[in-house]
Design a protein around this ligand. Structure first.
Ligand code: NAD
Ligand code: ZN
Length: 341
């Protein structure tokens, strides 16, 4: 089969012919139809320090996918051939305390498809049946292919009660925009999203009813009186990975505000803890998606009118992956989807 492989320990990805995966008794074989390109895939392409430490070579990359089940392992009884699906790309163990008590997303033994084990940028993917998430007919393949990052957005956004709250999202990348859309969908009052990239702020306003602030040109605090807010934001979601954005968020929060952090700063950065203490802020680190609570909630929201189609700005055939990755790197896109069918 064709697959996009990290074939050499150097920058690049290579489309190669590799053997189809063999499935075990508890696995399914999925014919991949659509995949999303993630920032993580770009790091793996670039072969940055994190990728060099983490990714074995050779490896089929990719973890955001939708497809169709074409074979069932001998012990799989609750799925069927022909079923459309996406799935959780974090493969969990069964021995940690977290796993054994059902907090699967906190399992320290987690391995990721396309990062530690063979991934989804391929014609076929092996996945444990446990990880499969069937797709209802109302969710098209291309939306199925971005449920993984939407899950990051939903997990972050639903960390705190948002109904009637004033919400700040720093970073209008694909995940920040989706988180802002979720905040709007579940009933936040004002949703403000910041970035330094005008194209992405404009995209945010096409996806959801949010107030864009370009912090390279405008002082974030000026929107507080403009929107009739009292002291600042009740809930913050850090989605840029930029320490300067986190700093700005802390500054703009109300006393007792709550922050969920998904963005990953590329290197350690100083934090003014005294401000966080004196504002009595709560800060929660967010990793991955809740398995499988986030999946149930996001599918329900999509079925109830959360429309994320405009976040997909580019579509390419899988063989045009170079263009797909160039588009991702340009910073001028939302989600980029590759078609494997
Ligand atoms: P992205 O890189 O596409 O988007 C980040 C955005 O932040 C960009 O548009 C950038 O212009 C903007 N930005 C930079 N400086 C800023 C500033 N000072 N103020 C406001 N915005 C600024 O990333 P993404 O794919 O949308 O992911 C968002 C973040 O979440 C990334 O840091 C990513 O590494 C992280 N992430 C974490 C997890 C997890 O499990 N914790 C999972 C996926 C992604
Ligand atoms: Zn991803």
């Amino acid at each position: 089969m064709k697959a996009l492989v990290k074939a050499k320990a150097e920058p690049g990805l290579w489309m190669q012919d590799v053997p189809e995966p063999e499935i075990g008794p508890d696995d399914v074989l999925i014919r991949v139809r659509k995949t999303g390109i993630c920032g993580t895939d770009v790091y793996i392409w670039n072969w940055d320090e994190w990728a060099q430490r983490t990714v074995p070579v050779p490896l089929v990359t990719g973890h955001e996918f939708a497809g169709e089940i074409v074979a069932l392992g001998r012990d799989v009884t609750d799925l069927r051939v022909g079923q459309r699906c996406s799935g959780e790309g974090h493969l969990i163990g069964t021995t940690s305390r977290q796993s054994r008590s059902g907090r699967f997303h906190l399992d320290p033994e987690t391995r990721g498809i396309g990062v530690n084990v063979q991934g989804a940028f391929a014609q076929y993917l092996r996945l444990p049946a446990f990880n499969v998430v069937p797709l209802p007919d109302t969710i098209p393949d291309e939306i199925g292919a971005i449920l993984d990052p939407l899950g990051n957005a939903v997990h972050t956004a639903l960390s705190y009660d948002l109904i009637g709250e004033d919400v700040l999202v720093t970073g209008a990348g694909p995940i920040g925009i989706m988180a802002a859309a979720v905040a709007r969908h579940v009933g936040a009052r004002h949703v403000v999203i910041t970035d330094v990239n005008e194209t992405r702020l404009q995209l945010a306003t096409r996806v959801a009813d949010v107030v864009p602030v370009n912090v390279a040109q405008e002082d974030l605090k000026s929107v507080i009186p403009r929107l009739g807010m009292n002291q600042g934001f009740d809930v913050g979601m850090e989605m840029s990975g930029n320490p300067a954005a986190f700093d700005q968020m802390v500054e703009a929060m109300v006393m007792g505000g709550r922050i969920a952090m998904l963005g990953i700063p590329p290197r350690p950065a100083p934090v003014d803890w005294s401000r966080i203490v004196f504002k009595a802020l709560t800060i929660k680190g967010v990793y991955g998606r809740e398995i499988f609570e986030t999946w149930y909630k996001m599918i329900a929201m999509i079925e109830n009118g959360l429309d994320l189609t405009p976040i997909i700005t580019h579509r390419f055939a899988a063989e045009d992956f170079v263009q797909g990755f160039d588009t991702m790197r340009s910073g001028l896109s939302g989600k980029v989807v590759l078609d494997w069918s």
